[in-house]
Design a protein around this ligand. Structure first.
Ligand code: AMP
Ligand code: GLY
Length: 410
């Protein structure tokens, strides 16, 4: 056992590759990115090509990173070809792929979540905005590249949100959800699940807004840290007893077989933790601070994929903090094709890790190729150490228009 193919192209997939390599595994990525291709074989493979590639190079485990192939059923296809796969079936991935499915699942199983209404017909939806309580949250049912949720503070904004979603994501917006706006701190919780049981991995916090102090538009995530240490035991127990356990029970009750990681996006409200969303994969940029701290990562992935009992995760005591270096114009219109300068000194420190995302390569030169370019992760015995390490290391990196938040972990 030992060769693993990772599907995806972001810094999350780089973090998975990095950790598995540390554990002595041979790693391949499809498609990967210009940065990951410096270290591992990257290959652009169609779903059909994966089978022959894996047989030729002897891959025995396939790990699927992003939601799109998961919801399209890549795991079902690869399992039908006899491979061990880490990632849920298309049926189970509806927990992320359809908010109508996810919210209905939460409601019929009494899982705590914001009150909501589902609309197909636009006129009745607009009538809802006449007398609802603001702010209100408008969500597209389907995947919308992180742009499918809008918080509207008054009627006009809500009506504009509907037009934006219908125009930009017509398929994902056939059904829209309108729900109460929850207030609190957000938390991302990760749980490994298969038919034999489940294992709590750890939690992380993501910084979704573009600018310091949570200003500016929502993004895929501008930074993260793990573990989140401001949870009191009472909150932790409530998450376990009111959310994680009942969700697993509900999956079993509804005969939804889940083999992968379930990401609970939670809001810690005054009334208790509430589920904002389920994701059927590791978070990005949460994986960048979570995965490097999981010391028996490959053993866990294999156990999940083989449907064996999941061993206890061994999590390092180190704290990790990640800062995303983004391109100018992100998230709306990122400037790409800028040369990335990295002083080699940054690689000499074992407490700094660089994870590449929107990076292309020409020879030994790296260029920006999308909005979130790379992640700088600092590790330390305390958050202060991890934060200083990450921000000190950014000084060794530059590209035209580089933008990052300066308040991650503050
Ligand atoms: P989702 O894809 O449903 O997690 O939504 C993305 C982001 O929108 C969340 O991480 C929150 O920041 C925000 N959000 C979603 N639903 C709500 C809600 N009901 N109340 C407040 N914020 C929300
Ligand atoms: N960090 C948010 C996500 O991965 O969806």
């Amino acid at each position: 056992m030992g060769s693993i193919l990772i599907i995806g192209s972001g810094a999350r997939e780089h973090a998975i590759a990095w950790r598995l390599s540390k554990e002595g595994k041979d790693v391949f990525l499809s498609p990967g990115n210009g940065g990951t291709s410096l270290t591992w074989i990257n290959k652009v493979l169609s779903k059909e090509d994966i089978e022959s590639f894996c047989r030729v190079v002897g891959v025995d485990l396939i790990v699927v990173g992003p939601e799109k192939p998961l919801t399209e059923g890549i795991c079902d296809f690869l399992r039908s070809k006899g491979f061990l796969v880490f990632g849920p079936s298309a049926e189970a991935a509806r927990l992320e792929g359809s908010k109508v499915f996810a919210k209905s699942f939460m409601k019929r199983n009494n899982l705590p979540t914001a009150n909501f209404v589902i609309y197909e017909e636009e006129e009745s939806l607009k009538r809802h905005f006449n007398d609802c309580k603001y702010p209100v949250v408008v969500k597209a049912d389907g995947l919308a590249a992180g742009k499918g949720v809008i918080v509207a503070h008054e009627k006009e904004e809500a009506i504009n949100a509907v037009s934006f979603l219908k125009n930009n994501f017509p398929e994902a917006s056939k059904y829209l959800i309108v729900e109460d706006c929850l207030v609190g701190k957000e938390l991302s919780v990760f749980v490994l699940i298969n038919d034999k049981g489940y294992a709590f991995l750890d939690n992380a916090r993501d910084y979704k807004r573009l600018n310091d102090f949570d200003e500016g538009p929502n993004t895929g995530g501008m930074g993260s840290y793990s573990p989140v240490d401001d949870l009191i035991e009472f909150q932790f127990n409530k998450i376990q007893n009111d959310i994680i356990e009942p969700t697993i029970k509900a999956l079993r009750k509804e005969n939804i077989s889940y083999q992968g990681v379930l990401y609970f996006g939670l809001m810690l409200t005054k009334e208790g933790p509430s589920i904002l969303e389920f994701n059927c994969r590791f978070g990005d940029p949460e994986a960048q601070v979570l995965v490097p701290r999981i010391l028996n990562f490959s053993e866990l992935l294999y156990a999940v994929a083989k449907n064996e009992e999941i061993p206890k995760p061994i999590i390092s005591n180190k704290k990790a903090l990640s800062v995303v270096l983004a391109a100018k114009g992100y998230p709306t219109k990122p400037e790409i094709g800028k040369k990335i300068y990295i002083d080699k000194k940054v690689f000499e420190d074992e407490n700094t890790i660089i994870f590449y995302a929107g990076v292309s390569r020409d020879g030994n030169d790296l260029f920006t190729s999308s909005g979130r370019v790379l992640n700088v992760v600092g590790m330390g015995n305390t958050f202060e150490e991890a934060r200083i390490k990450a921000y000190d290391s950014i000084k060794y990196i530059n590209f035209e228009g580089m933008h990052f938040r300066r308040d991650i972990g503050l």
